[in-house]
Design a protein around this ligand. Sequence first.
Ligand SMILES: [Zn+2]
Length: 883
Amino acid sequence: MRTEEARPVRLKDYRPPDWLVETVELDVSLDSTATPVRAALTLRPNGSGAAPAPLVLDGDALNLRALKLDGAALPPEQFVATPDRLTIAQPPQRRFRLEIETVVDPSANTQLSGLYRSGAIYCTQCEAEGFRRITYFPDRPDVMAVYTTRIEAEKAEAPVLLANGNLVRSGDVPGTTRHFAVWHDPFPKPSYLFALVGGNLACVEDRFRTMSGREVTLRIYVEQGKERRCLYAMDALKRAMRWDETAFGREYDLDIFMIVAVSDFNMGAMENKGLNIFNDKYILASSETATDTDFERIEAVVAHEYFHNWTGNRITCRDWFQLCLKEGLTVFRDQEFSADQRSRAVERIGDVRGLRTHQFVEDAGPLAHPVRPAVYHEINNFYTATVYEKGAELVRMLRVLLGAENFRKGMDLYFSRHDGQAATVEQFVQCFADVSSTDLTQFMLWYSQAGTPEVVATGSYDARAKSYRLELAQSIPPTPGQPSKQPMVVPLAVSLVGREGRDLPLKLDDGRTVERGVLTLTKSVETFVFADVAEQPVASLNRGFSAPIKLSANLSADDLRFLAAHDADPFNRWQALQTLATRLLLDNTAASRASRPARHDPGLLDALGATLADGALEPAFVALALTLPGEAEIAREIGHDVDPDAVFAARAALRAAVGEYLAGPLFDHYRRLSESGPYRPDAASAGRRMLRNTCLDLLVATQQPEAISLAARQYQAADNMTDRMAALSALSLCDVPERAAALDDFYARYADDPLIVDKWLTLQATVPEPATLDRVRALTSHRAFSFANPNRVRALIHAFALANQKEFNRADGAGYDFIVETVLALDPKNPQLAARLVSALKNWRMLEPVRRERAEAALRRVATAPSLSPDVGDIVRRALAKD
Ligand SMILES: [Zn+2]
C-alpha cells in the first residue's frame, strides 16, 4: 500500500524504456496465502541512451525471496529491493536473464489489483499497474514481451488453470495432489494484459470459424451451475467476432478465446490477451434474472473486450496518457456494433444521453481533463467518461469529417502500420491525415483541450434574396489548468428543413458544396450563407450529434415542435423534444426556488402525444422521446446555484403532467403492447417492452390508484425480469403500501442471487424520500451486503450518491457525511472503489450556498484524513483546487 502522495507523471517527460524484455517465463504456484512467483526475464538494453543504464523494475508491496542473474545469485551489494522497486545499479549492458522470486498473498489482496481471490477463484487484474504487485517488472505498456506461464495448484481446489495464449501442456505433479498447466502467448504484449485464473469453474464451449477458415475454440468459464446463464454472452461473442471481420476486416488470431466471470471485480471487464476476465454482472443473463438493459450491456461489454484484441492488444498504448487510443476507439467500435445489431437511432440517443449525464457533467467541474491528459498523479483515476465516451466521440468525428470510406482506409492503415506496436494518438490520427490528404493539426486540439465546446447558432432567412444565413460562434469554457482555449474543428451535420418536412438542397452562396451535409466550423465565429433557399426553412443542426458540443440555436418552440414531428434525422427529432422539455424544466426549477407558479407547456405535451401516436416510429425511439432529461443533466444546464430539491420537484411535476395529459393514449399503448409468447431478448421485443414500461412509469407518476394497481399487478404477473423490475421501479417512487409489499416479495424471491439482490439494493437507494439515507445505512448491515464486493458497494452506495441527486444532496449535509464515512472506511481496503465514490462530490461548486458549504466541508474532511491512498488523495485535491 502506497500512502505518500504520488509524484506527478507528465506526458512531456516520456522517455523510451532503457531496457526491453524479450521473454517472460512465469511460474506461479497458487496458494491462498503464500503464492510463490518465479519470473525469468530475458532483458536487453534498448540502446536509446549513450550512458550505461541501471535497471529499475517496478514493484508494489512486493517481498523479494531470491534474485539470480544469468543463473548465479546476485550478491546483496549489487542490488536494492524495496516493496515498490528493484534496482540493479550496474547490470551488464547486454542481453541477460534475470530470475526473480517473490511471494504474494492472494487472500489479503482486498484492492483486487494484481493476484487475488474472488470467492474460491484465483484471478488477476493487471491494468493499469497491477502486474507490479505480482513480480518486479518494467510495468509500462511500451515494454512488450512474449509470455510463457506455468501455473500449479491443488487439483481439488483449482481443477481449472488458465493463462493467456494457447495451452502447451498440462499434467499432474508427481508424488503430490497438485497439477499444472503451461500456457504460451506468441504475441508480444505489455504486462497490463497478463492474466491467470485458477479455480473450480464450469465451462461452456463453442466454436467459431474465422473468415480465413481457422477454427477457434470459445470458452466461457463461470461458477458451477451457472452455465445456462452464459449462452447469451456466447452468442454475443460470436456476433462480435463476425462483425469485426465484416466491419473492420479484423480476424481473431489465437486458437482459443476464453472469458472467465468472477464476482469480485473493480471494473466491468478486462481484455487480457485471449483470456478476458469479466465482472459476472456482464456475463450472466437469463430472462428470469436479467433485464433487457442487462442483455444489451452484456452484448456491448463482451463485444468491447473482444474488439480490444486489435485496438488495445495487437496495437497497444505507448504510455498511459494514450489510454483513449485504446478506450475511445474501442468504445466507438462497440457503439457501432450495437448500432448495427439493434437500432442505429436508438443506440445514438442512448450514447448521447450517457455522454451528457456523465461526461458533460465531468467536463463542467473540477475533475475536467482532456481526452488525453497531460499529467496525472494516479492513473486509476483516468478511467473516466472523458477518456472513454468523449474519446469515442473524437473517433466518430473523424468519420464525420472524412466520410465513411476514408475513415475505413485510415483504420486499415492504422492496423497495418502499427500492428505489434505501442502507439500514440498522433500516430493514430496521422493515418487518417495520410489516407485523406487532410491536415488534422487543429483536430488534435480535441485531445488536448478539456471542456465542452459551446456553439451558438443564429439563423435567419431572407425571403427576398432567397438565402439563409447561419452564424456560428464557438467558445470553450475554462477548465482546470486551461483558462483560455483555441477554437476547434467542429463538424456540424446540418439540414434546412422545408415546410413539407423535406431536406432542402444545400448550396453555399460562394459556390462551395456542403459535402455529406457537414459544415466544418474552424474559427471562433463563422458565417455560412445558403443560396437558392426557396422557402423559409427550419435549421436542423448537429444532426446525429455529429460533434460532442453544447448547442444553442435561435429556434422557437414552434420550430422545435416542427422538427420533433418532421426532421428526417431521428436524433434531432428526439433532441427537439428534449430541448423543449429542458427549457420548461429550467424555467420551472427557477420558479420553484422563487415560489412562483410553474409554467405549463401544452405545446410540449401535444408534441409528446403526437410522437406517441406516430405508428411509423419504432417503439424504443418513442420510449426515449417520452423520457425527460435527467436531474444531473438539468443541474448541469443550470450550471450554478443549483438546488437539487427544486430540480427534482420540477421534473417530477412534469412527469406527472405528461402522465395525466396523455393518460388515455398511455393506457391504450400499455394494453396494446402486451406481449404474448415467451420472452425474447432481441431489440424489437425489448423496444416494445421499453415503451410499455415507459407508459406505465408515466402513468404511475400521476400517483392515481388505477395506475398504482396496474404496476402492482404487472409486478406479480411478470414472467421476465424486465417487466418485474420496471413495475417495481415505478412503484418505488411512490409512497404507497404496494411498494413495501413488492420490495419484500422481491427480496424473498431472489435472496439467493446476489446480482438480482443488487437491483433491490439500488432501488431502495434511489427512492427520493428523506427516509432513504437511514434505509441505506441500515442496508449496509444487511446480510445481502458486503463492503468487500464492489458490485454490492456500487449497487447500494454509489447508486445513492450518483443516482439519487435529491437525497445525496440533502440540505442538512447528512448524505455527504455518509459518503465521507464510507470513503474513509473503504479506502484502506479498496482505494479504486473509494476514489470512484468520493468523486460523486465533484460538482460541489455548482450547488446553492448551503449545500456547497457542506459539500466542501465533507471534501475537506476526506482531504485531511490520515493515510489517504494516492487514488482518493488525488481526487479530493483536484476537487478542492482553486483554479
Ligand atoms: Zn476497454
